[in-house]
Design a protein around this ligand. Structure first.
Ligand code: NAD
Ligand code: IMJ
Length: 257
């Protein structure tokens, strides 16, 4: 039986380790027949990404630091050399300086604000623009967000503001690219123990709180996020664009928590 994304040429940005949400999504897409290109941010992470990619035969591995226009352009050229088109894009990238992710949001530096917005938000815009000529009817883009965009979550600070801009970008990009049949959506995941989360003070307590109050009384698993990403990337979601879907055990529905 053909997979849900059989033969779809798919670019996945944001694999840093076995625990990365992007890796769970990549694995799931491969199970459903996708052809994959995984990107890595730098040579240090290339060492993590190559062995993972080798577990999925035929997977391309390419560099892309999203803060560098030249690297986005090189990525597009490398993809064009291998594939006649790009069907699916997974954007699972975020960064803020560590010192911006504690204390008060009001203390955010100009530099720190720009960096977080550049890597975590503008990168999606730049990738959509650069890949637009290779995408077309039936193409789908998915990015990852967090409820800290809508509510104040201690220490999330400038990342919360960046995620608000990312979610707004999903709507504007959906509007711009919709006429060509390209869909753009986001998955808003509950806390998951990845590189991007481990460093956070009080993260273990946050995971526990979710288990106590979320309707499903458990934490979010990367595999659950991957299944919803698969849905959004597949033709099952052909009528869905500009949307943000929570995969958080229902935590977002609660008040007085
Ligand atoms: P992760 O650390 O595994 O992934 C983050 C990725 O961003 C890494 O692969 C890193 O290399 C990449 N990145 C950072 N700066 C980059 C740059 N300049 N160029 C290219 N890549 C760059 O952590 P994760 O939890 O899998 O995060 C993936 C996405 O999921 C992020 O957008 C994050 O905000 C979002 N998210 C995470 C959680 C969570 O609790 N882990 C919850 C909701 C949303
Ligand atoms: C991150 C910071 C503060 C609170 C947080 C998080 N909570 C969760 C996260 C409650 C779930 C993880 N998350 C949703 C992110 O988007 C993380 C982004 C991130 C993480 C780091 C850590 C290491 C670093 N820079 C980072 N930049 C972005 O140096």
């Amino acid at each position: 039986m053909p997979g849900l994304v059989q033969g779809k040429n798919t670019v996945v940005l944001g694999v840093a380790s076995e625990r990365s949400i992007a890796w769970a999504i990549a694995r799931r897409l491969a199970q459903e027949g996708a052809n994959l290109a995984l990107t890595y941010q730098n040579e240090r992470l290339e060492k993590n990404v190559r062995p993972l990619a080798e577990t999925i035969p035929g997977t391309l591995v390419l560099p892309c630091d999203v803060s560098d226009d030249g690297q986005i352009e090189s990525l597009v050229q490398s993809l064009q050399a291998q594939w006649d088109r790009v069907d699916l894009l997974v954007h699972s990238v975020a960064f803020a300086k560590k010192e911006e992710l504690s204390g008060r949001y009001v203390d955010t530096s100009r530099d720190g604000f720009h960096l977080a917005m550049d890597v975590s938000v503008f990168s999606l815009v730049a990738l959509c623009k650069a890949l637009e000529p290779l995408m077309g009817a039936g193409s789908s883009v998915v990015t990852l967000t967090y409820i800290g965009s809508e509510r104040v979550v201690p220490n999330y600070n400038v990342m919360g503001v960046a995620k608000a801009a990312l979610e707004a970008s999903v709507r504007y990009l959906a509007s711009d690219l919709g006429p060509q049949g390209i869909r753009v959506n986001a998955v808003s995941a509950g806390p998951i123990n990845t590189f991007a989360a481990r460093a956070i003070a009080g993260f273990t307590t946050m995971l526990q709180r979710v288990r106590e109050v979320a309707p499903l009384r458990r934490n979010t698993e990367a595999e659950e996020v991957a299944d919803t990403a698969l849905f959004l990337l597949s033709d099952l979601a052909r009528g869905v664009t500009g949307e943000v879907i929570y995969v958080d055990s229902g935590y977002h529905a609660m008040g007085m928590v």
